[in-house]
Each structure stands twice: as structure tokens, then as C-alpha cells.
Design a protein around this ligand. Structure first.
Ligand code: C2E
Ligand code: MG
Ligand code: MG
Length: 726
């Protein structure tokens, strides 16, 4: 009896088929059980002829066993594979290989062929199994395709990408990454090389490596995504790039994406620069200063340390700008910025507020009185540094650039802070205020903020607001003060404005005229005075007894220099119908000097209309014969301050005498102001003064009681028509 051993069956020679049939029978049941259960098609053959096939072979190829037995085994293989299969068989090759299998119906499919040759009783039997690998092939093709697709995507991607194996080998980097960083795959074969080349700085490398391993661990424990972070990567050419690096774990590999943030960073930086820095000097601008100051106040509160805000304004910068041009002015500002930075410590802020205003913040000064001394020391250093001559290029002329030496000084205001007792705005405005004090003190100096100064400023601001309201609501009234001739007879009046304030009561002009002048409110106010005075003149003109009275109106410099001043005076006269000969304009010396030609021009125009001019407060100003001669004046008014002490102070008496003599030599009438006593009047008369104004004759009063309050001294030999009460 024949034995079957192991998983293979040994068959006998084909010619002796019959003889061995019997012996096969026994074993057949055994192998059938095995081969029928098999998933592959199994064939038994001798010398290439099929002896037997299993059921799966029948299903797979379509031949019944009857059809199969006796057929050459190559019938199951497509023609072009047959030679190859036969060679393998001859060589008794037992390695599996792929073939294209052929079905009975002519259709084909990929199969994996596994042959095994066995010897049995001197005969050679081959067992061949064929498994259908259509699915596997399809899957492989699909995989290949998706791999190709992935490779193409990675390669064509506009962002830099790389694939790293878990062993740290860098399996692939794409073209973009090569372009961006310059490294070729051979430069960075693994992560070790990458760390060394991309992060040459040891400390930074260590930081990046720690971060990376933490992020990787998180990704492995979580959703496989590696969180991104910004890195400063060194390129092959030595330059640096800002890359945003992130990735994900896919199929046991690390897929890394490197986004080039360099340009975006540069743009961000540019935006930040524009928003927070002055483009000319590159110093922090006002916005950044406010922000830093706010932080400085908070940290001063925490640390209980003091700080100082130093406000610096260049002296006469406008003149340089106007005379030499803005480019030269800009050069100076840049130079100032450099010098300021050299005067302070690293952590201190130097900012440009705008124009020629700079601010330095010292934010770590000792508490108590020391802070002031420290701030002052820095401010003194700044004053000295800024007053050094500065060489400014004044452009090309004939191809050669020339330079000019500019001497610049500055005025400094300092405001100290400690904690958050005051707001940032308050702090700046205090230093600003102190700076103005420095300017007022003659420039090129420094001043600390002083609370009394602030109270004055507050009061001024309140008065200004009230003044505006007063103008809107017509709270002004005109008072009239008598002017008399040598005989004490009324010749006219001076109009003096008063402010009937709802809370403050009657406010004297000395308390608001200067403010009205500096704010420009003098223009509407002066116009109102002029119109009211002209209207009053017109009223008097209608009464023959008063028709000869003149009216003097004070005109401030700002009003007089207004381009339309002449027009306004003429309009006031025209509208009221008042006689120009009765109107007298009182000007002050400083006004005349402002722009002598313009002044003379305007005076002549008005003079041509027979309007008179008096020079007010004479003696207190620059009193120069040179200009007095050129001006078409009618009258000089001896200032009240000389009249007051004319009897006791020999020099005042001398001045009064000189003014009278001067008037006489120039052919001008002389009026003494502020005559309060008969003795004063008598003295003035004795030196040749023949016109007076003062409490002796009457105080400034409203028009309605003007004539009643006029005190005509005894004896008045005037017109007789105008006789006031005694
Ligand atoms: P001013 O033009 O020199 O006016 C004379 C000032 O001396 C007036 O003060 C007047 O009240 C005062 N006064 C007159 N007689 C006496 C006296 O006997 N004793 C004393 N102690 N004072 C006397 P007031 O009215 O306070 O005006 C002050 C200044 O305000 C004026 O000085 C004038 O410069 C200015 N002012 C007044 N009204 C106007 C106005 O309508 N426009 C302009 N621009 N300035 C005006
Ligand atoms: Mg006057
Ligand atoms: Mg006066």
C-alpha cells in the first residue's frame, strides 16, 4: 500500500496509472479533505500533464475534473507565460511567482503560482497551487496610485513639506522646501542633521528640540495632530527664515509642514512700525508712548518706585524749517532723536510726540526727593547734548553738497509720577505746561511742574469758556469815562468795556482783555465795542449840546492787524452814521511796532477819513522819536502810572514833563490819564498839559448816567451846555 506523507501526495507514473490507482484510493480521501478545503486551485501533474485538480480549481478555471485530467498544465496559463512556467518547473523552482492564469472561457486573471516537486518511488510529481490575486493586485495598484498622487501633491505643494520616519530618517522633502531653505535631501538625511543645521544656536536648538518632542508626544496621545509653532530656521546659505511648523502622524510617519512666515512677519513688523513708530526718527510715536506710560504707571504703583516724564521742545525750530526748508528740519529732528537716545539708559523710552516735541520717560527712579534730582540730572544732560552744534547737509549745488552748522537749544518740562495718582494724559499735559514755563523763562532751560501753575491754567481755561459764552450771550457793556480840557470842560469820553458776568459780577477789562487777545475772541469783542461806541456817537450827534463830543476807543494789536480792520471801522461808522472826526482810536506802542509799514498804511487810510489817533499808555513802551515822527498821530496819553506819583516822584514828574514837551514839538495834544486829585491836575497844567482824564472828573460809567456823573471842576468855562454834577 502506498503511503501519503505530510501535506503532499506522491503519485505514480502516468503509464502505470492503473497500477497505482488502487494505492491512491486510500490516500485520496485524506488529501481530498485537505485540497477540497483549500482556497487555492491545486493541481497534481507529472511531466506537465494534469493528474488531478481540486474543486476550487474547477470553480476557478471552468474545467471539470474529467476535462482537466490529461491536459497539459500549461493550458491554465496564458501563452506568453508558458515558457517561463515550464522553465521554473524544469528547474524545480519552489519560489512562488506571479502568472496570468487562463480560464476555459479564455478570460484571464492574475494568479500566484506555487509549485513543489516531489519524488515518489522514482517518479516525479509536481503539486501546483494557484491563487487568484486579482483583489490583491487591485489593492496594490490602488495603493501605488494613491502613493503616486500623494507624492505628486507633496512635490507640487506650495508649502514646504517633509516626511519623517519614526526612526528619525527624513524620507522625503519636497521641492518647495529645497527652494525655501536650500537644503538638499542629502544635507538633511535625518532629524539629527536637521537640528544641527536648521538651529545652529545651541540654546535655541535645545529649546526647539524640547518643544518638538513635547508636541510629538501630545500628538501621539491625542488626535495625531502636531500643534504648530513659530521657529527661526537657519537656511543653507546662512540666512534666517521665520517658519510656522506643524504636522500630523500618518501611518507611523510624521508628516511635517513648514509654512514660510518670513514675509508675513516682515509685513506685520512693517505695520507695527507704521502704527507705533515715527517714520522719520524711528522713535516710538505718541500711541506707543501712551501705551508704555500706562504700563509704567502700573509698574510704578507695584514697585513703589518713581518715574519722570521729560517733555522736550526745540527752541525756534519753526524758524529753521521756514528758512532752510523741511528737509533740513527733518535732518535736525533725526539728529536730536539720536542724541536723546544717547542720554538715557537702555530701558527708558524716548518718543516723538510730533513736530519738534519729544518725550523721555524715566521709569525707575528712587522714591522721594531723589527722583527729582535724578530726572533733573538727565534733563541737564539732554539740554547740554541738544545744544551742541549740529552739522546739517544743505543739498547739492553743482554736484557738491555743502553743510551748515546749526545751533539748537531746547526747553524742557518735567513732571514726576509715583503710582497711578494721575492719568497718562494729565502727566503729559503737566510736563507740557512746565515746558511752557521753561520757554517763558527764556528758553534753553528746564522747569518742573508746579501745582500752582496748574491751578492758574485751570482758572484760565474756565475763564476762556465763560468768555465764549459771554460773547454768545452779549454779556458785555460799554462804560464811558469823561475827558476834559484845560478848563475842565467835557470834550469827550473814552469807551471802556466791562463784562457783566452772571456769577462773577462786573469784570474789569484787565481780567479778560489779555485772554481775549490770545484766544482771538478780541476780534468779535472789539467789533462790538466799535459798533456800540459809534452808535453812541450817533446818539450824541443828534443833541446839538453834545454833538461836539469825541469818543476814544481802545484797539488791541490783534484787532488792528486784522486784514479787514479798516473796513470794519468804516462799516461801523457808516452803519451808525457817526462822524469819523469824532472817533478816536487808542493804540499802544507795542502794537505800532509790530509791523510799522502795515500800521502806517492803515493809519493813513483811516486818517484820510478824518479819524483821530491817540497813543495810549505813553511812556511805558519803547517810546522812540524815530517812529513817532512817522505816525499820523493826534494825541499822546501820559500813562496813569506816571501821573499817580507825579507829585512825589521826581523822575515821574520829569517823564510827564518830557512827554508834554515831546507832544508840543511834534504838534500833538497831550492827555494825562488817571488824574485823581486837583493837585495832580494843577501840576500837569503847570507843565503845559491841557487835557485830562481821571476819577477827578468822573469814573467810567454806563452811557445812561454818563452826564449825570460827570464832575465838572470849578470853574468850568466850557460850552456851558455840558455841566455835570459837582
Ligand atoms: P486804558 O485804555 O489805559 O484805560 C484807562 C484805564 O484807567 C481804565 O481802566 C480806567 O478805568 C482807568 N482809570 C481812569 N482814570 C483813573 C483814575 O483816576 N485812577 C485809576 N486808578 N484808574 C483810572 P480799565 O477800564 O480797567 O481798563 C483797563 C485797560 O483795558 C484799558 O487801559 C485798556 O487798555 C483796556 N481796555 C478797556 N476797554 C477796552 C476795549 O474796549 N478794547 C480794548 N482793546 N482794550 C480795552
Ligand atoms: Mg485807553
Ligand atoms: Mg491808558
Amino acid at each position: 500500500m502506498m503511503k501519503v506523507s505530510g501535506d503532499a501526495l506522491v503519485l505514480v507514473d502516468l503509464d502505470e496509472q492503473k497500477q497505482i490507482q488502487a494505492s491512491l484510493e486510500e490516500s485520496r480521501e485524506k488529501y481530498r479533505g485537505l485540497s477540497e478545503a483549500a482556497f487555492e486551485a491545486i493541481f497534481f501533474s507529472e511531466e506537465g500533464i494534469c493528474l488531478e485538480q481540486n474543486r476550487r480549481a474547477e470553480e476557478m478555471f471552468g474545467y471539470t475534473s474529467a476535462e482537466a485530467i490529461g491536459r497539459p498544465g500549461t493550458d491554465w496559463i496564458v501563452a506568453h507565460d508558458r515558457l517561463h512556467v515550464m522553465q521554473k518547473m524544469r528547474n524545480r523552482d519552489e519560489n512562488p511567482y506571479e502568472v496570468t492564469a487562463l480560464r476555459k472561457d479564455g478570460s484571464t486573471f492574475p494568479a500566484l503560482l506555487h509549485g513543489k516537486t516531489m519524488r515518489y518511488k522514482g517518479r516525479t510529481v509536481r503539486v501546483t497551487s494557484l491563487s487568484d490575486i486579482t483583489e490583491r493586485k487591485r489593492a496594490e495598484a490602488a495603493l501605488r496610485e494613491s502613493e503616486q498622487l500623494l507624492a505628486a501633491i507633496i512635490e507640487q505643494s506650495p508649502v514646504s513639506m517633509g516626511i519623517v520616519g519614526m526612526d528619525g530618517r527624513i524620507e522625503r522633502i519636497n521641492r518647495r522646501m529645497i527652494q525655501t531653505l536650500g537644503y538638499l535631501p542629502e544635507d538633511i538625511p535625518d532629524l539629527d542633521q536637521w537640528w544641527v543645521r536648521a538651529y545652529p544656536d545651541l540654546a535655541y536648538r535645545a529649546e526647539m528640540m524640547t518643544q518638538w518632542s513635547e508636541l510629538l508626544e501630545q500628538a501621539m496621545a491625542g488626535n495625531q495632530e502636531i500643534e504648530g509653532r513659530e521657529c527661526r530656521v537657519s537656511c543653507k546659505d546662512g540666512s534666517n527664515k521665520t517658519m510656522f511648523i506643524y504636522g500630523m502622524l500618518v501611518a507611523g510617519k510624521v508628516f511635517v509642514i513648514l509654512d514660510d512666515f518670513t514675509e508675513r512677519k516682515a509685513a506685520e513688523e512693517q505695520i507695527r512700525r507704521l502704527a507705533f513708530f515715527d517714520p522719520l526718527t524711528r522713535l516710538p510715536n505718541r500711541r506707543l508712548l501712551l501705551d508704555r506710560l500706562a504700563h509704567a504707571l502700573v509698574s510704578s504703583e507695584r514697585s513703589r518706585r518713581c518715574g519722570a516724564l521729560i517733555f522736550i521742545d526745540l527752541d525756534h525750530f519753526k524758524t529753521l524749517n521756514d528758512t532752510r526748508g523741511h528737509e533740513i528740519g527733518d535732518q535736525l529732528l533725526v539728529e536730536i532723536a539720536v542724541r536723546l537716545q544717547a542720554c538715557v539708559r537702555q530701558g527708558d523710552t524716548v518718543a516723538r510726540l510730533g513736530g519738534d516735541e519729544f518725550v523721555v520717560v524715566l521709569d525707575d527712579l528712587d522714591a522721594g526727593g531723589f527722583a527729582a534730582a535724578q530726572a533733573e540730572a538727565v534733563a541737564v544732560k539732554i539740554l547740554a547734548a541738544l545744544s551742541q552744534p549740529c552739522l546739517l547737509e544743505i543739498g547739492l549745488r553743482d554736484g557738491v553738497s555743502s553743510a551748515v552748522t546749526h545751533h539748537c537749544t531746547s526747553s524742557i518740562g518735567i513732571s514726576l509720577y509715583s503710582g497711578r495718582q494721575q492719568s497718562v494724559d494729565e502727566l503729559i499735559s503737566r510736563a507740557d505746561l512746565a515746558m511752557y514755563q521753561a520757554k517763558a523763562a527764556g528758553r534753553n532751560t528746564l522747569r518742573f511742574f508746579d501745582p500752582a501753575m496748574q491751578a492758574a491754567v485751570r482758572a484760565r481755561a474756565a475763564l476762556e469758556a465763560d468768555l465764549r459764552q459771554g460773547l454768545r450771550e452779549g454779556q458785555f457793556v460799554l462804560y464811558y469815562q469823561a475827558q476834559v480840557d484845560g478848563d475842565g470842560c467835557l470834550t469827550g469820553a473814552e469807551a471802556l468795556v466791562r463784562w457783566q458776568h452772571p456769577q462773577r459780577g462786573l469784570v474789569a477789562p484787565l481780567d479778560f482783555i489779555a485772554l481775549a487777545e490770545s484766544t482771538g475772541m478780541i476780534l468779535p469783542l472789539g467789533r462790538w465795542v466799535l459798533e456800540t461806541a459809534c452808535a453812541q456817537l450817533a446818539v450824541w450827534a443828534r443833541d446839538p449840546a453834545r454833538a461836539q463830543l469825541t469818543l476814544a476807543v481802545n484797539v488791541s494789536a490783534r484787532e488792528f492787524h486784522h486784514p479787514d480792520f479798516v473796513g470794519q471801522v468804516l462799516a461801523a461808522l457808516g452803519t451808525s452814521g457817526a462822524s469819523p472826526q469824532k472817533l478816536k482810536l487808542e493804540l499802544t506802542e507795542s502794537l505800532l511796532l509790530d509791523d510799522l509799514d502795515d500800521t502806517i498804511g492803515k493809519m493813513r487810510l483811516l486818517k484820510a477819513q478824518e479819524i483821530g489817533f491817540a497813543l495810549d499808555d505813553f511812556g511805558t513802551g519803547y517810546s522812540s522819536l524815530a517812529y513817532l515822527k512817522r505816525l499820523p498821530l493826534d494825541q499822546l496819553k501820559i500813562d496813569r502810572s506816571f501821573v499817580r506819583d507825579v507829585l512825589n516822584d521826581p523822575s515821574d514828574a520829569a517823564i510827564a514833563r518830557t512827554i508834554v514837551a515831546l507832544g508840543q514839538s511834534l504838534g500833538l495834544a497831550v492827555v494825562a490819564e488817571g488824574v485823581e486829585t486837583a493837585a495832580q491836575r494843577d501840576f500837569l497844567a503847570s507843565i503845559g498839559c491841557s487835557a485830562y482824564q481821571g476819577y477827578l472828573f468822573g469814573r467810567p460809567v454806563p452811557a445812561a448816567i454818563f452826564f449825570d456823573s460827570f464832575c465838572a471842576p470849578d470853574p468850568c468855562r466850557g460850552t456851558g451846555a455840558i455841566e455835570g454834577k459837582r
